[in-house]
Design a protein around this ligand. Structure first.
Ligand SMILES: Nc1ncnc2c1ncn2[C@@H]1O[C@H](COP(=O)(O)OP(=O)(O)OP(=O)(O)O)[C@@H](O)[C@H]1O
Ligand SMILES: [Mg+2]
Length: 127
């Protein structure tokens, strides 16, 4: 796992509950780990990538979790934030709850996914 903290983030703070933010990050990393484990495209463990990038640009603090797993289908993406999805890998509540937590903190959760992988980006206005 690679963690990158960008220079511009220095001295910037996110207003909110840090335990909740941590739980969201743990959830996203767990999801990426599970996705990489079941990926049929990435056969070698050494080719699995999870990248966490934290940065700041134009008044927005960004934290993104990116993996090169098999991605999330469009159909599933549409259902994810509406409620609980059926899942054989867990309870299927993780992303739904994460999205709620981030919005409650005044932030935004964006999902980008293709068959090359998934990136979830959390955005917060500088406080
Ligand atoms: N990074 C990812 N790459 C590929 N698929 C993903 C990724 N994150 C989530 N998914 C898909 O979305 C589904 C729902 O994710 P979510 O975190 O909401 O539930 P879960 O991980 O299955 O269960 P829980 O988080 O409650 O233990 C997952 O089961 C998986 O199919
Ligand atoms: Mg999950």
């Amino acid at each position: 796992m690679e963690v990158q903290i960008q220079e511009g983030l220095k001295g910037k703070t996110i207003l909110g509950n840090s335990d909740q933010l941590k739980s969201v990050l743990v959830e996203l990393i767990n999801n990426s780990t599970k996705a990489l484990q079941r990926s049929t495209r990435i056969l070698h463990k050494s080719d699995r990538v999870i990248q966490i990038i934290a940065g700041y640009e134009d008044g927005i603090i960004i934290i993104s979790v990116k993996d090169n797993g098999s991605g999330i289908s469009e159909d599933l993406t549409e259902r994810l934030f509406k409620g609980v999805v059926t899942s054989d890998m867990g309870s299927g509540m993780g992303l739904y709850i994460s999205n709620k937590i981030i919005h409650k903190m005044g932030g935004n959760l964006k999902l980008e996914s293709s068959d090359q992988g998934t990136t979830i980006t959390l955005e917060f206005a500088e406080s």
